[in-house]
Design a protein around this ligand. Structure first.
Ligand SMILES: C[S@@+](CC[C@H](N)C(=O)[O-])C[C@H]1O[C@@H](n2cnc3c(N)ncnc32)[C@H](O)[C@@H]1O
Length: 276
């Protein structure tokens, strides 16, 4: 049975449906794919190694740019997102590029109603955790979809980024709590969209904060074994005004060099299938 959606999830789905056509025009990853390239980071490519022939489930895939990038690397991919408009664009891009992929429009928490196979890899990345209302259930879901021996991989902005005010240049100021609260924070302001600075989203976002230990404990409690966790000094979007570009669609904060993590990755393995 599909679960009752939280009011925040309903609002967020509206927001992502609004943003899908905006991102379909502004995501430079789409052109990268059209030019025969991929949108993935060297870090994740190295961490996951050869994926050719492996089955890969991508949670919260948005327009499918990363999903299709893994397909281009030879994985048999399934992308999931609750924004129907995002999934429509992902399917259009897939058809245009002639890559094989399955895209499913579903809330990740409702996935067990529509998807019943297990995968070699469960993958999720770049702006995914803040939309999740329940990490315990998320961890169980990941375990549910991995075959024994399968790998979970996460590449995400570091939770410490969430505590800072992010509109003003200058020294970072702590403005928000680090620790989780059950009620999401509602953001309803004139902050431009991260991919199109000329676009101000109309629909508010409802975002949950999760600490590093929340993420790791969700995976450990679901029976996954942690193989690696890394922290980095660059980020995939220009979260803070003082950030400067550093290589492939990444940004860093020169005044905090060596002092502040901005990105983290987790690689975990399921050794034994959980009891259903
Ligand atoms: C920032 S995007 C992910 C970014 C993506 N990796 C990319 O590079 O485009 C967040 C995505 O999560 C999806 N999402 C948020 N909550 C979800 C949920 N409960 N179930 C499924 N998808 C969800 C949104 O629709 C959106 O497409």
């Amino acid at each position: 049975m599909p679960q009752a959606w939280d009011a925040g999830e309903i609002a967020n789905q509206r927001r992502w449906d609004e943003l899908a056509p905006v991102h379909a025009k502004s995501y430079e990853e789409i052109q990268l794919l059209r030019d025969g390239g991929i949108s993935l980071d060297e870090i994740e490519l190295a961490d996951l190694g050869a994926v050719s022939g492996k089955t890969l489930l991508h949670l919260q895939c948005h327009l499918g740019t990363d999903t299709l990038s893994w397909a281009r690397r030879g994985a048999q991919v399934t992308g999931v997102d609750f924004s129907r408009r995002s999934i429509d664009y992902a399917r259009q891009l897939q058809a245009e590029l002639g890559l094989r992929a399955t895209f499913i429009a579903a809330n990740v928490y409702d996935l067990p109603d529509v998807l019943h196979e297990r995968f070699d890899i469960v993958y999720t990345s770049r702006g995914v955790l803040c939309w999740l209302k329940d990490l315990t259930q998320w961890g169980r879901l990941i375990a549910r979809y991995l075959r024994p021996g399968g790998i979970f991989y996460l590449l995400e902005s570091h939770p410490i980024c969430n505590i800072f005010e992010d509109t003003q240049p200058g020294p970072l100021k702590i403005a928000h709590p680090y620790f989780h609260t059950p009620e999401p924070t509602i953001w309803d302001d004139d902050t431009p969209d991260y991919a199109d600075s000329a676009y101000i989203p109309r629909n508010p976002s409802h975002e949950w904060t999760w600490s590093l230990s929340d993420v790791l404990n969700a995976l450990l409690q679901a029976g996954l074994h942690l193989e690696a966790m890394h922290e980095y000094e660059h980020l995939f979007d220009r979260r803070f005004p003082d950030m400067v570009p550093c290589g492939d669609r990444s940004y860093r904060l020169p005044q905090y060099a060596g002092k502040l993590p901005l990105l983290f990755t987790v690689k975990a393995r399921l050794l034994k299938a959980p009891a259903r």
